[in-house]
Design a protein. Structure first.
Length: 177
């Protein structure tokens, strides 16, 4: 927006509402996430104070207090905070997508008609993975379906995913070094 042109009342209200929503998101962060914020300790303390508040009205009042501080003394930290929260949101979405993929893969491994295709998909995606234990559990589940096999299969699929993504990250890091 240009320097000499005043903001409209609607735009001011929208900005205030965005800051209020950001304050609500900041209050929902865990203590560990608050420590990782790229802000001053004073603001971190204000955010952390909201954790002990349980009453609805008091939480709302504290959110408004935090938003007022974000508009006033800590206004220069708005953009870094927005960028940090956006990156957190993006990583959360990637994590949710990963969980959906892995649980869908587990579901396909539990079904008799799609388990072989799911095993082939795992073998293609992770060629270095040891799938013998997973094949054994899938065969056990096909003979006598039990809930615990589903949990064990999911644990194995997650461990295969984690092991191979760590290896890929290590190779990428070595390649960039």
């Amino acid at each position: 927006m240009e320097e000499g042109v005043p903001r409209s009342r609607t735009r001011k209200k929208q900005d205030a509402q965005e800051i209020d929503e950001l304050a609500g998101e900041l209050m929902a962060l865990s203590a560990e996430d608050i420590r990782a914020l790229p802000v001053q300790e004073d603001l971190k303390l204000i955010i952390a104070e909201g954790h002990g508040i349980t009453a609805y009205g008091a939480r709302k009042r504290h959110r408004k207090y935090l938003a007022r501080n974000l508009r006033g003394p800590f206004a220069e930290l708005l953009e870094p905070l927005r960028a940090h929260m956006a990156s957190r949101h993006g990583s959360r979405q990637a994590e949710v997508q990963r969980e959906k993929y892995l649980s869908g893969l587990r579901d396909r491994l539990l079904l008799p008609d799609s388990c072989s295709r799911a095993l082939e998909e795992l073998a293609e995606r992770f060629p270095d993975a040891d799938l013998n234990g997973l094949r054994f559990l899938v065969q056990k589940n096909l003979k006598t379906p039990q809930r615990r096999y589903g949990r064990e299969i999911y644990r194995l699929v997650v461990s295969i995913w984690q092991r191979n993504t760590r290896q890929a990250a290590r190779v990428e890091h070595e390649r960039n070094s």
